[in-house]
Structures are given as C-alpha cells and as structure tokens.
Ligand binder design. Structure first.
Ligand code: FEO
Length: 396
C-alpha cells in the first residue's frame, strides 16, 4: 500500500508490506510476505501512534504517518509490544517528534532502555488505564505472553477498535485490500493459522484468559499488527482464536515421515491408505526432511489425527523428526490421536524415541505401534494400514 488508509473514524493504517524478509524470526517462511500494521489515532487534543514497524521501512512508515497526521504533531506512541518488528522505529519517532511520550506497562520499561536507551517520557499504564486524546479514549489491557511478557492491547471505546498487536495476526502481505471484506477468507485464514501455530500456539491457555478478559468489550473492529484487518466479521476471528486455543480441530489427519531410502515412506503411504479406508478425506502427507515445518505445524493444529513415522539414524530418531518433535513439545497440541511407527536396519531406537515423545505429548496413542526391520513386508504394511484405519475410526 502506497499511502495511509483510513480504517475508522480518525484512525489510519500506516503499515507496510515486507516481501524481502525470507524467514520471519529467522525461522518461518514467508511465501506471501508479511505486513507490519501500524496505526495512528488523531483525537481533538492529541494524536497517538499505535506501534511502529520494522526498522528498514523508516521512510515509507514516516511518510504515511505524516500524511495521516495532516499537519498535526504526534504526541504519544503506544508501545503494545517491544519485539523489533513493531518497535523498530521507536527512537526515530522520538527524534522527529522530541516531545513524544511513550505509553507502556511496567514490563515495557526495561525493554525501552535495553533496546533503545530510552528512560524518560514514559507513561506507565496498568490494566484498564486510559488516555484521553479528545473524542477518543484509549484503554490499555495487558496480555502477558501474547506474545512477550510486556505485550498489551489497546481499545478505543469510541470506535470499538481493538488494536490487538500479535493476537489475531497472520502471515501474508496485503494484496490489494487490507480489510477482511476486501479478501477471500482462504487467502488469510490459512496464513493466520500458520502464524498461530508457529508464534502463538505455545500460549494457547493464555489466549483463553485474554479472550475472557476482553470479552466484555464491545469490539467492532480488530486491527492486528500483522495480516488482515477485521471490520466486517469480528466474531468469526474471535471464534477461530477460541477454537484454536481450546485445541479444537477438524476431522482429518497429518502423516509426517522421515525416510532415507523410501521404506518408511511406503509405511506412511499405507497409513494414509488406512485413513482413507476409514473415510477420512482430508489426509496430508509430509516428508519431514523437505516439507515446510510451519505448514506441518499449521496442519497439525488444524486436524485431530497425527501419525509420525521415522527411520533410525545413528541409533536414535531421524534428526528432522527429532526437531519436529521438539517443536511439538514446545507447543503441546492437545486433543489429538497419535500413531507412531518406525524402521531400523542395524540398531533399534526410533520407536523408543517416538514412544518417549508420545508419553510427553500426552496425546491419545492409537495402536498398533509398528516397528519394521529393513524394508516393510506386506504384513508390516497391513499393520500400517490398520494404524491408519484406527486413527480414522478414533475420530468417528
Ligand atoms: Fe509481531 Fe511478537 O511480534
């Protein structure tokens, strides 16, 4: 977007699209880019920016901000979150508007000093504190760990806009429109779930607390700091967040395999055939060595069944599967059915490791556990088929 966009009364989007960062947090792919949404609310008496954007976008951001201010000074910067994708230009705003005051909470303060050397002109707010801009009273709510300890959201009661920062955010740059009613759902919902699974999922229990905390607000719009702005159907995204954070999922299965010479892949295909035999229509098969981890995580969050199959490597779990299990234990998806299977040639080990993951995950382990020596026999493949059938029937 090349100019600020009015998003509500006296409220402007002044964000940017980033098509050049290839890995978000140096971890997660960005095939559709990513947007850093920032805002400004221009009241009768004062103007407040809500977050900034990532450092390299200084000129574009300031240009939009100045246009939106239309000759007014910027009086406040609300720092909803200190991660540099939103706080990257804090120092530069202070240079341009020297009387600028920062709004943050007690946990924001040491980070302002640490990242930017800022120790003055900070207004420290607590849950429910307000800032009157004239015609717009901003209210602040802390949402610790969504996504960092200092994270908070800002609510404008006069417009019903919730500036939600990372919460309700999604990957994907804006293509044309920035609002939900200007896009098809399929273009943002998958990217929002991928963002949730990668960035937010670990804190799902806290999402539930935050949803209850914000539940009393009359929210008309949700404007997150990444991805689509919701003004048409706020309820649908609140429902999605509620669903994902309750670990509620759809009938369907993700089958992930790690295989060096194709034997474990044959087993995985037999599990998929079993799932299909149980009339499960949405089955997604991923090679853990090659598939995009963020998409695997997204789909694990989306579906109720998961099968993990791997070969043994140096007496242990095949390393890419070990890395996936580590990411899963970090996020702890719940309410799923789990199948495990593995193969070995000269040393066992993989099934013990997958069993260890299964115990730690607390997911419902479905039989049979299949362990194969060298290449699978027809009997082995039949057992894998049975595992797929049982996973499918468990969801009935
Ligand atoms: Fe988009 Fe946690 O920063």
């Amino acid at each position: 977007m090349y100019k600020p966009i009015q998003a509500n009364k006296d409220t402007f989007w002044v964000g940017v699209n980033d098509y050049e960062t290839d890995l978000f947090e140096s971890l997660w792919t960005l095939p559709q880019g990513v947007a850093y949404n920032a805002y400004v609310v221009t009241g009768l008496n004062a103007a407040a920016a809500i977050d900034t954007v990532k450092g390299p976008f200084l000129d574009e951001y300031i240009n939009k901000l100045v246009q939106a201010l239309d000759g007014k000074a910027l009086n406040y910067l609300v720092v909803n979150h200190m991660e540099p994708d939103h706080a990257g230009l804090i120092s530069q705003l202070k240079t341009k508007w020297p009387s600028l005051k920062f709004i943050g909470n007690a946990k924001t303060v040491p980070m302002l000093k640490g990242y930017h050397g800022i120790e003055e002109d900070i207004i420290t707010v607590k849950d429910g504190d307000t800032l009157d801009l004239g015609g717009h009273i901003l209210k602040f709510f802390t949402v610790p760990m969504l996504h960092w300890p200092e994270s908070m959201v800002t609510f404008d009661a006069s417009t019903g806009v919730l500036f939600s920062n990372d919460s309700f955010g999604g990957f994907g740059a804006h293509e044309g429109g920035i609002f939900d009613d200007e896009k098809v759902n399929s273009r943002w919902e998958d990217e929002m779930l991928r963002y949730y699974a990668c960035i937010v999922a670990k804190y799902s229990n806290i999402v539930q607390v935050a949803l209850k905390k914000l539940g009393a607000l009359e929210i008309n719009n949700i404007f997150p700091s990444h991805g689509t702005l919701f003004r048409h159907d706020v309820k649908q995204v609140i429902n999605l967040y509620d669903k994902w954070s309750r670990h509620d999922a759809d009938n369907g299965a993700v089958v992930v395999y790690g295989s060096m010479y194709g034997n474990t892949r044959h087993m995985a295909e037999a599990v998929c055939a079993g799932l299909s035999g149980a009339n499960i229509k949405d089955v997604r098969l991923y090679d853990v060595s090659r598939a995009d981890t963020s998409i695997i995580l997204r789909d694990i969050w989306k579906f109720r069944s998961l099968a993990l199959l791997a070969c043994t490597y140096n007496t242990q779990l095949f390393p890419p599967m070990e890395a996936l299990c580590s990411k899963l234990l970090n996020r702890m998806p719940k309410n799923k059915f789990l199948g495990i299977a593995g193969s070995y040639s000269w040393s066992k080990g993989v099934l013990t490791a997958l069993h260890d993951y299964a115990e730690k995950s607390k997911l419902a382990l479905i039989n049979p556990e299949v362990e194969v020596y060298t290449s699978p026999t027809q009997e082995d493949l039949n057992k894998c088929f049975e595992l797929g059938m049982n996973l499918g029937e468990a969801m009935a």
